[in-house]
Design a binder for this molecule. Structure first.
Ligand SMILES: Nc1nc2c(c(=O)[nH]1)N[C@H]1C(S)=C(S)[C@@H](COP(=O)(O)OP(=O)(O)OC[C@H]3O[C@@H](n4cnc5c(=O)[nH]c(N)nc54)[C@H](O)[C@@H]3O)O[C@H]1N2
Ligand SMILES: Nc1nc2c(c(=O)[nH]1)N[C@H]1C(S)=C(S)[C@@H](COP(=O)(O)OP(=O)(O)OC[C@H]3O[C@@H](n4cnc5c(=O)[nH]c(N)nc54)[C@H](O)[C@@H]3O)O[C@H]1N2
Ligand code: SF4
Ligand SMILES: [Mo]
Length: 794
């Protein structure tokens, strides 16, 4: 192993060199270790009192790490070299923001309640009484449907499971979802539609083994920097993988590609249909595999028939020959790894497009083998757990809400009547939940660990909804966010390093994160807050005993293990003690087993058996449910389903008035609404203000030079920001969505909206219900000196 790559806070080296030193390796080799370490300025390793086991919660990679503690404070972090995910590495967010982001001087330290229009400090008893009184009153007078819960992809497994049980068996409301709806709903949907259940087929070891990588709308270099370092190390070694990147911008990821398909935003499906057609037309398919393990080939053939490379080239705005080249790379490479993320999930026809990636792999029999795999990626660190535990719209354990037997299993586990558990209709998705609040039918909304006043689409509307006088809004966070400012009750939460729990990364790898320090002031672990609510509400089982009898995270974890038994995400063989011994354990691992399943579906048996599957599926164009009868009639019975849909294009195509397409996304230096990265001085300095990226040609046509203040206007709102010239294809504009009210760009007045979501639309995918953040029609103009930002930011 190499010497530790130490950086101390204040040192900007890992801001400038995001991916760190290269450690090249050859195909089939082991990714070398590199021990990254970061300590508070002036400290050395000898000063550290204790190292506490954890994993990073600043993206879905979930890098194994230890937290440095000195005098009861977090003072740094080091990567764990024995961890299968990162082999010791950490990226800039992990190094700088993980612990610095928790130490903001403005952490919430006591509850706040609204009195005479102002948020004022209150005791926990006052705050919880206010919540419980309102909750009880509404349950008595209106019923369970008055309650909505909007949670996160950043809490711990135990917290989601507890919240899921409270919502489903205690209150009985279907109105519970996570911001995972904005994040990985399409990952889950595409896996359910193709294979019958959620569950990541591939793993990161596939990077070590593959001959080609296809990145579908995934800016890996910026958004999972440690895993990009793994790719860079393969690219720097002998026999590097061939790389194809599909992204309308020339990102750092795209820079490395052999073929970069810089398609028009919102046209993914057209491209994929053409690629599938190429495989079929040229006979580049594994016929035996397709015959034995899939259904739907004839329907797929009919769907792709008209999608010649030329036709797709015209729709997507890329050369037809590049489409052919990409198809050939897919066909010629013995082992292809695909990763799919927001450029697909947040774009029009998200589930349909993502399912076509699954289809490409199935057509070539490229799944479940070393190097041949699919990563329908996650974004947030614990999004996977929300999907597993059912604090989003799903039932825990990847159970099927349309399957009475599955509902019965949960009812027995929880000791309640099956009728209490909402399953009479599809669960309420986040966009619908906010609509119900808007209409007034949900007067009680509890938001935990998410900042919708910045991250939801069409913010002018969202602010109105969250500010409704008849809404009782509870917000549980580390900081007084833009959302918390609108709350009736604000609950101060303990965060990473201040509480114990588990979480699962994008490749089914579970880590235990142990409490390292006490939370500030009176802040409490989210789990303790949910358990306290349940206790005060006195939810009961049918036999009269309390519904929830857990005290500690491990109690909840054990209950979850039982709930997962026999399901695809079986945790019964992964205990807290196992997680203390091994750094990162993949599910499924069943009771008594000591090895985990590395890759799902190696045997070609998929979870599509009607009695076992998580979903009977949807029509990918309209979102209509297939239903049990029709699903059984297809006889999937363990085979994967080659699903498709006709291309329909973006909801809001550019026109004369709004001639450009806005796409939004991330910068390497910030995480979401910056509550943590914005409080790391190094990261905050690296990207202090919002900006807008234009192609040089589009900028020139509007007389815009680098750094000019520009105004971007959509049908819903406006944003003022300095221009950057470069990465997007012509006709496309990009804005990061990290900025809320806090940091107005230079020249703009303080606390004026600077969020990309001022511009985005209330639109979603018909199957996954994931909002479309990545294509809105906009116009852009330069603001002149006399033309103040204030004047145009009405
Ligand atoms: N630094 C950093 N890392 C993060 C996060 C963060 O906030 N900051 N967040 C984490 C989370 S929660 C998530 S979900 C992930 C997201 O990770 P990514 O999905 O990699 O990030 P995005 O920037 O949202 O979008 C990826 C790319 O999609 C492209 N794109 C836009 N429109 C289209 C289109 O129509 N088609 C195609 N093919 N591509 C398109 C954009 O140009 C962008 O480069 O990142 C995780 N990691
Ligand atoms: N335009 C546009 N909009 C987007 C996206 C996009 O690409 N473009 N991406 C979408 C995606 S993929 C995502 S994931 C969302 C993210 O959107 P949000 O979830 O709104 O973003 P965060 O800033 O991560 O908010 C998490 C909040 O939880 C708090 N927090 C952190 N840890 C804890 C904890 O342990 N307990 C509690 N109670 N609170 C905690 C943080 O302080 C923060 O306020 O944004 C979505 N919005
Ligand atoms: S890659 Fe993700 S999990 Fe790993 S250190 Fe960076 S932000 Fe943390
Ligand atoms: Mo996300």
């Amino acid at each position: 192993m190499d010497q530790p790559t130490t950086v101390s806070a204040g040192d900007r080296s890992r801001i400038e060199d995001v991916w760190g030193d290269r450690t090249p390796f050859a195909r089939g080799g082991r990714w070398p270790d590199r021990a990254d370490l970061m300590l508070q300025e002036g400290l050395t390793e000898a000063d550290v009192d204790r190292w506490v086991r954890s994993a990073c919660v600043l993206c879905s990679n979930g890098c194994g790490c230890d937290i440095a503690v000195k005098d009861g404070r977090m003072v740094g972090i080091r990567g764990r070299v024995d961890d299968p995910i990162n082999h010791g590495r950490l990226g800039p967010k992990g190094l700088y923001a993980s612990w610095e982001g928790m130490r903001g001087r403005d952490r919430l330290t006591h509850p706040l309640v609204r009195r005479d229009g102002e948020l004022v400090p209150a005791s926990w008893d006052e705050a919880m009484s206010a919540i419980v009184d309102r909750s009880r009153e509404l349950l008595d007078t209106v019923g369970p449907l008055s309650h909505g819960f909007y949670t996160s992809g950043q809490l711990f497994l135990e917290e989601y499971y507890a919240l899921g049980v409270i919502g489903k068996a205690g209150i009985g409301t279907p109105h519970m979802d996570g911001n995972t709806r904005l994040c990985t709903a399409t990952a889950a949907s595409s896996l359910k539609e193709t294979f019958g259940a959620d569950g990541q087929p591939g793993c990161y070891e596939d990077i070590d083994e593959c001959d080609a990588m296809f990145l579908w709308g995934h800016n890996l270099a910026a958004t999972q920097t440690v895993t990009w370092a793994r790719v860079l190390d393969r690219l720097a070694g002998p026999n590097p993988p061939r790389l194809v990147v599909v992204d309308p911008r020339r990102t750092a990821t795209a820079e490395k590609a052999e073929v970069h398909l810089a398609l028009r935003p919102g046209t993914n499906l057209a491209l994929l249909l053409a690629l599938e057609r190429e495989l079929l037309e040229n006979g580049w398919i594994d016929e035996d595999y397709v015959a034995a393990h899939t259904i739907g080939l004839d329907e797929l053939k009919a769907q792709v028939e008209r999608w010649t490379p030329e036709r797709a080239a015209e729709v997507c705005g890329v050369p037809a020959d590049d489409i052919r080249r990409a198809a050939r790379i897919f066909a010629e490479s013995p082992r292809v790894l695909s990763t799919v993320l927001q450029g697909f999930y947040q774009a029009p026809q998200a589930t349909a497009s993502s399912c076509q990636v699954n289809n490409l792999h199935l057509l070539r029999g490229m799944i479940g083998r070393p190097g041949a795999g699919i990563l329908q990626m996650n974004g947030q660190p614990t999004a996977q757990n929300n999907r597993e535990c059912g604090a989003d719209g799903d039932l825990p354990g990847f159970r099927n809400w349309e399957n009475e037997e599955h509902v019965k299993q949960l009812a027995e586990l929880w000791g309640v009547d099956p009728l209490v558990i909402p399953h009479w209709a599809p669960p309420t998705h986040a966009m619908q939940l906010f609509r119900y609040v808007e209409q007034g039918s949900i007067p009680f909304l509890w938001v935990s660990a998410t900042n919708p006043a910045v991250s939801l689409p069409q913010l002018p509307r969202i602010r109105d909804i969250l500010s409704k006088p008849d809404l009782f809004l509870v917000v549980q966070d580390l900081y007084l966010t833009e959302t918390a400012e609108l709350a009736d009750v604000v609950l101060p939460a303990a965060g990473w390093g201040e509480k114990t729990g588990t979480f699962t990364n994008a490749t089914r790898t579970v880590h235990l994160s142990e409490k390292a320090v006490e939370p500030p002031g009176e802040a409490r672990a989210d789990l303790d807050i949910f358990l306290e609510y349940a206790k005060r509400m006195d939810f009961r089982r049918t036999d009269g005993t309390p519904l929830i009898q857990w005290e500690t995270p491990e109690d909840v974890y054990r209950a979850w293990q039982e709930c997962s038994r026999g399901r695809p995400c079986d945790y019964t063989g992964i205990s807290y003690d196992d997680l203390r011994r091994e750094s990162g354990i993949r599910w499924p691992r069943r009771e008594g087993e000591t090895e985990s399943v590395t890759r799902l579906y190696a045997d070609g048996d998929f979870p599509s058996h009607p009695d076992y599957c998580e979903s009977y599926g949807h029509d990918l164009l309209t979102g209509a449910t297939v239903g049990e009868e029709a699903f059984r009639a297809f006889r999937p019975d363990g085979r994967a389903i080659l699903k498709s849909a006709p291309y329909s294009g973006p909801h809001e195509p550019p026109d004369d008035e709004y001639p450009l397409q806005l796409t939004t996304g991330r910068s390497v230096y910030h995480f979401h609404t910056r509550t943590k990265t914005g409080r790391s001085p190094e990261l905050a300095d690296a990207a202090p203000h919002v900006w807008v990226e234009l192609s040089p040609a589009d900028a020139e046509a509007r007389g815009i030079a680098e750094g000019d203040l520009v105004e971007v206007v959509s049908r819903r709102g406006r944003l003022v920001a300095p221009a950057r010239l470069g990465e997007p294809r012509n006709g496309t504009v990009f804005a990061p969505f990290h900025y809320g009210y806090w940091d107005a760009p230079p020249g703009a007045p303080e606390r004026r909206p600077t969020a990309a979501n001022e511009l985005t639309a209330t639109e979603w995918d018909p199957v996954s219900k994931q909002p479309v953040f990545k294509s809105a029609a906009v116009q852009v103009r330069r603001l002149d000196a006399g033309d103040t930002a204030e004047g145009s930011a009405s």
